[in-house]
Design a protein around this ligand. Structure first.
Ligand code: SAH
Length: 394
């Protein structure tokens, strides 16, 4: 194919030959000034052997590789990758009468770096994280509607906050195909109103599905505190699991409304639930020890980049220490980090320090991660981001 050429410096091809999908700008020998952001480029070794094709972008990650051979990046390419992604979700058993909510494309994990697609019933919410995927959005939307079983009828494009602002792409959040269908998504038989127009990310945190199922198992008879509740996912599962009471906390009024709506949708007559618009740290300060015997801490990413790592670890330690100080004896703590920059060991160390600070006896019951519809490309370990611990606190 006739794509602009990028030639690597000698010795810089090793990680690509092991299928790592990123080319860093420092690895490039050739002049890139004639290449536009979002262009498809051909990447070759210093010996001029073709490695594959990828999307070019200005920044530290200069190319996100799409192929590792000479397969052209055209509508057939997208159709094939999306069909493969869909087949895998079918194999996982995620498309059922009682479950129509899942992640169809998880970037590098589905060999489509820069692209995220979540499915809510017949609506696909598409997020581009790279200019290349932004320019491919119409082809992607078309390919989504051609998926087997006619699963996708509406494609909503939501990239206003995910594209690098310096690229001046001015994306507009809007339907590319179809429009509003229903905003009720079903997850494991529970119903959630998903606000993909205004909500965070694609509107719902699909990645906690398996962890919410585990929480339901521990809920019977417990007094549950769901911190950082957002749409109330954990709260609704806890109610179905026969928790004695569930309190949901989020600093955003809008999240509290969403949580109340979702509780109402599933348990219209319950008097076991209450939601509070309050800062998590303040709330934890105010409660009494022994008030709750199951606490969930699922904060937003404290470190979006490596530079914020130290502060993030302090944040996790402080937050978890507050929970250890207050949780009842024999209580269970579900604690998470979704910061990609914080690895499993660092997170565990922060939680360990918090436990020691609160002087509680703590045992690890489960080590949690992201679900199978957020797969990790084995050549791209950076794709692992969600970490969780379930702890028994004496
Ligand atoms: N647990 C949720 C996802 C949490 S997203 C789920 O399963 O879907 C993080 C949430 O934390 C957001 O809704 C955000 O409004 C809230 N948040 C951010 N900072 C906060 C703070 N200091 N105190 C309480 N909530 C906060």
């Amino acid at each position: 194919m006739d794509y602009p050429l990028i030639t690597l410096k000698r010795g810089k091809e090793a990680s690509l030959q092991r299928f790592h999908p990123w080319v860093f700008s420092g690895a490039i020998a050739s002049d890139c000034t004639h290449i536009d952001e979002g262009d498809i480029v051909a990447v070759q070794t210093s010996e001029h052997d073709l490695i594959g094709y990828g999307h070019y972008q200005i920044g530290s990650i200069a190319v996100r590789m799409l192929t590792f051979d000479d397969t052209p990046v055209d509508e057939h390419f997208y159709a094939l990758r999306l069909t493969e992604a869909y087949r895998m979700r079918q194999a996982l058993g995620l498309q059922r009468d009682d479950n129509n909510t899942f992640r169809l494309v998880h970037g590098e994990g589905d060999f489509l770096p820069g692209l995220v697609v979540d499915i809510y019933g017949h609506t696909a919410v598409v997020q581009a994280h790279s200019p290349g995927m932004h320019f491919a959005r119409d082809i992607i939307a078309q390919a989504l509607t051609n998926l087997p079983d006619g699963i996708v009828r509406n494609v909503y494009y939501k990239s206003e906050t995910t594209l690098p602002y310096k690229a001046h792409l001015d994306p507009v959040n809007d339907y590319i195909i179809g429009k509003y269908d229903t905003d009720i998504a079903t997850e494991n038989g529970l119903r959630f109103r998903v606000d993909w127009l205004r909500g965070q990310k694609t509107g719902f945190f699909v990645d906690q599905r398996d962890n919410r199922t585990l929480l339901e198992h521990y809920a019977p008879g417990r007094r549950v505190l769901n911190m950082f509740c957002y749409t109330g996912g954990f709260s609704v599962y806890a109610l179905r699991g026969n928790a004695r009471l569930v309190h949901s906390v989020d600093s955003s009024e809008k999240a509290v409304t969403l949580t109340n709506d979702n509780v109402e949708l599933n348990f219209p007559d319950t008097d076991r639930h209450q939601a509070f618009a309050e800062d998590a740290f303040k709330f934890l300060e105010q409660i009494q020890p022994e008030d709750y015997d199951l606490i969930i801490l699922d904060p937003p990413a404290f470190a979006k980049h490596k530079t914020a790592l130290r502060n993030a670890l302090v944040g996790y330690r402080k937050l978890n220490a507050r929970a250890f100080e207050k949780i009842a004896h024999g209580g269970i703590l579900f604690t998470f980090s979704c910061s990609q920059a914080v690895d499993k060991e660092q997170f565990r160390l922060a939680v360990f320090s918090a436990a020691a600070q609160a002087r509680r006896r703590v045992r690890i019951l489960h080590q949690l991660t992201q679900p199978a519809d957020h797969p990790i490309n084995i050549y791209h370990p950076e794709g692992e981001y969600l970490k969780g611990l379930v702890l028994y606190v004496e």
